[in-house]
Design a protein around this ligand. Structure first.
Ligand code: GLC
Length: 560
C-alpha cells in the first residue's frame, strides 16, 4: 500500500490514507430502508436516505451483502458475487447509489464473502451434478465419509451455527460448510477460486467502490491433508482460537491465509487511490493485526474491544494493546461496539457480568431484566469514548438512535439459521437486525410503505429519526455533534493516558484535547479544560456515572 502517515488526516477524496481515522457506517441493506414496499430494504431505499449519513457526519458506508441470495444466512450466502439481488435492485441502482454517495462526500465499502458461496451458486450446482473427482468438486471441499460405508462425516468439525460442519450429498460424498449447509466452503488451494475473487475485487473497484470488508477473513486457508485432523470437544468453536492462536488450527487463522491477502493487495493497489480493506477475523489481537499489515488488507476489526465489559481497567488495557499492536503492524487501530452479529451495545453493556447473551435472548430479554435507561446512558458514554480514540470507528445502523436489542422477537418470525441449527437453543442475531424506524408513525415507522420483514416493537416510534430530530439532547443529536467536533479535533494517531481516579479513564489526544469517561458509581470532579461535549449533562459540575466528556485545552470558564 502507498505510504502511510500517522499525521493529521487529509480529507481530499484522493488521499490514499483516508480510512486511517475514518468513521464508517455499516448498512445492513435488508433492514435500512425499503423503497419498493416488499418489506425488504433495497438499494434505492439506501440512495434516498444517504443524506441521513452525510448529515450524521460519517466518512463512509459499508454495505453488508446485497448480492443475489437465498437468504439462508441473511445474504452471506452469495449466489452471484457480481450482481445485485433482484429484490434489492439492479446494478444500475447500485451505480446510482455510489454516484450519490460520492457526490455527498461519502466513500463506499462492500462486503466480500470468500470463505463460501451459496449452494445456489452456479459452481456448487455444477459440483453437485458433476460427481466425485470432478474439477467442479475441486472448487469446494468434498470428501468421502468415514465408516465402513462412508456414512460418517469426514471429521468431527462443528459448524459455527451448530451441528456437524459436513453434509452428505446423494452420491455419498460430504461437503464442508463451516456455517449453514447452504454455505459450502470454497477450496482456496484452487487457482480458479483465487482468480474469481480477483475478478470480483476488480468488478466492484471498477464501479467506483472505495473499499472492502472481508467476511471470515481468517477462515480461507485450510489444512486438508488426509487424514483430516479431528478437533475433539475442547477445541471446537471460537474458544479454540484462543488456545491455538499460533496458526496451527486446521481451518482458522492459518499462516498461509496471508498469502491470499498479499495477492489481493496488489489488485487493490492498482487503483488510485488504492482500495482499502478491513478484515473480519475473530482472532486474538496479536494475530488479528497480521491481517492489517501494509501489504495485506490494511485494517482488521477490533472485536476484543467489542467484547470488553464496562470496566475502566479492562478498557484501558485493551485500548493500549490495540494501539500498540496496530502501530507495530503499520495499521491504524479500529473500534467497534455493534454490528449485525452481536447484541446491540445499548443492551449488552448492562447485561450483568457473566451473563450468556444467548440465554438472555432465549428468555426474551427477561432473565435477567435489564435497565434500558442505564443501557442507553452507557451506550452514549461508550460512543463518545470510542469516537475520541485514534483510528477508525465502525458504527452500526441504528446505534445513532440508541436502539436496544429487540430481545423478545417471537420464535415464529426468526430468520437466523442459528435458531434451527442449534435445535432452538440459540435464537441468533435477528434482534439486532430489526428494520430501522425513520418516522414516528406508519406501518413500519417509515422503513417502507408496508410492513417490514421483521416486526418492529412499538417503542421504535420514539427511537425514530423523526422523533429524535425534534428532541433536544437526543442520541441522534449527540452523534451528529460528536462527529462534527471530531472532524475539527482530529490530529495524529497518538494518545497519552492521564492520571485518573479508579474507575475513570482519561486520555489526551494530539492538539491537547482530552476525553474522560466515568465508569465508577460516583460522580467525579471534571478536570480543567473547556467542556466541549458530554454524553449526559453534568451533575452539579461533576461528571456523573456512565458519562463521557470531551475537553478542550483552554481553562474551564465559570458556568460551563
Ligand atoms: C460473518 C458475518 C456473519 C455471517 C458469517 C458467515 O461472520 O458477519 O453475519 O453469518 O460471516 O458468512
Amino acid at each position: 500500500m502507498t505510504e502511510r502517515s500517522a499525521s493529521a488526516p487529509d480529507i481530499s477524496p484522493k488521499d490514499p490514507n483516508w480510512w486511517r481515522q475514518a468513521v464508517i457506517y455499516q448498512i445492513y441493506p435488508r433492514s435500512f430502508a425499503d423503497a419498493d414496499g416488499d418489506g425488504l430494504g433495497d438499494i434505492r431505499g439506501i440512495t434516498h436516505r444517504l443524506t441521513h449519513l452525510s448529515t450524521l457526519g460519517v466518512d463512509a458506508l459499508w454495505l453488508s451483502p446485497f448480492y443475489p441470495s437465498e437468504l439462508a444466512d441473511g445474504g452471506y450466502d452469495v449466489a452471484d458475487p457480481r450482481d445485485v439481488d433482484p429484490r434489492l435492485g439492479t446494478l444500475d441502482d447500485f451505480d446510482a447509489m455510489v454516484a450519490e454517495a460520492h457526490r455527498l462526500g461519502l466513500k463506499v465499502l462492500v462486503d466480500i464473502v470468500p470463505n463460501h458461496t451459496s449452494d445456489q451458486h452456479v459452481w456448487f450446482q455444477e459440483a453437485l451434478r458433476s460427481g466425485p473427482g470432478s474439477a467442479a468438486r475441486d472448487r469446494y471441499v468434498f470428501r468421502d465419509g468415514r465408516g465402513a460405508h462412508g456414512e460418517l462425516p469426514p471429521s468431527d468439525w462443528q459448524s459455527v451455527f451448530g451441528g456437524s460442519a459436513w453434509r452428505q450429498v446423494p452420491d455419498g460424498q460430504w461437503y464442508l460448510h463451516l456455517f449453514a449447509p447452504e454455505q459450502p466452503d470454497l477450496d482456496w488451494d484452487n487457482e480458479e477460486v483465487r482468480a474469481d475473487f480477483r475478478t470480483t475485487l476488480r468488478f466492484w473497484s471498477d464501479r467506483g467502490v472505495d473499499g472492502f470488508r472481508i467476511d471470515v477473513a481468517h477462515g480461507l486457508a485450510k489444512d486438508l491433508t488426509e487424514p483430516l485432523r479431528d478437533l475433539g470437544d475442547d477445541l471446537q468453536g471460537e474458544e479454540a482460537l484462543v488456545t491455538m492462536a499460533d496458526g496451527s488450527h486446521p481451518f482458522y487463522d492459518r499462516d498461509e491465509v496471508h498469502e491470499i491477502y498479499r495477492d489481493w493487495r496488489k489488485v487493490l493497489d492498482a487503483y488510485t487511490p488504492p482500495r482499502m480493506a478491513v478484515a473480519e477475523a475473530w482472532v486474538p489481537n496479536h494475530r488479528r493485526v497480521l491481517y492489517a499489515r501494509a501489504d495485506e488488507l490494511g485494517q482488521a476489526f477490533n472485536f476484543e474491544y467489542l467484547k470488553t465489559g464496562w470496566s475502566a481497567r479492562e478498557l484501558r488495557e485493551v485500548i493500549t494493546v490495540s494501539l500498540d499492536t496496530a502501530r507495530a503492524a503499520g495499521a491504524s487501530a479500529t473500534w467497534v461496539l455493534s454490528n449485525h452479529d452481536v447484541v446491540r451495545h445499548a443492551s449488552r453493556l448492562v447485561l450483568p457480568e457473566g451473563t450468556d447473551p444467548d440465554a438472555w435472548l432465549l428468555s426474551g430479554g427477561r432473565a435477567p431484566a435489564i435497565d434500558a435507561a442505564r443501557g442507553l446512558r452507557r451506550a452514549r458514554a461508550a460512543t463518545l469514548l470510542m469516537l475520541a480514540l485514534p483510528g477508525s470507528s465502525y458504527v452500526y445502523q441504528g446505534e445513532e438512535l440508541g436502539l436496544p436489542e429487540v430481545a423478545d422477537l417471537p420464535p415464529e418470525v426468526l430468520q437466523d439459521p442459528i435458531w434451527e441449527q442449534t435445535g432452538h437453543v440459540r435464537k441468533g442475531r435477528d434482534g439486532c437486525r430489526v428494520p430501522l424506524p425513520w418516522t414516528r408513525t406508519g406501518p413500519s415507522y417509515g422503513f417502507g410503505p408496508g410492513a417490514a420483514w421483521l416486526p418492529q416493537p412499538e417503542s421504535f416510534a420514539s427511537y425514530s429519526v423523526e422523533a429524535q430530530e425534534e428532541a433536544e439532547g437526543s442520541t441522534l443529536e449527540l452523534y451528529r455533534t460528536a462527529l462534527r467536533l471530531r472532524r475539527k479535533l482530529l490530529g495524529d494517531e497518538s494518545l497519552t493516558w492521564a492520571d485518573s481516579a479508579p474507575g475513570v479513564l482519561q486520555f489526551v489526544r494530539s492538539g491537547g484535547w482530552s476525553c474522560i469517561t466515568n465508569l465508577s458509581r460516583e460522580p467525579v470532579p471534571l478536570p480543567p479544560g473547556e467542556l466541549l461535549l458530554t454524553s449526559t449533562p453534568l451533575e452539579n459540575g461533576h461528571l456523573g456515572p456512565d458519562t463521557t466528556a470531551w475537553l478542550g485545552t483552554t481553562p474551564q470558564r465559570p458556568g460551563t
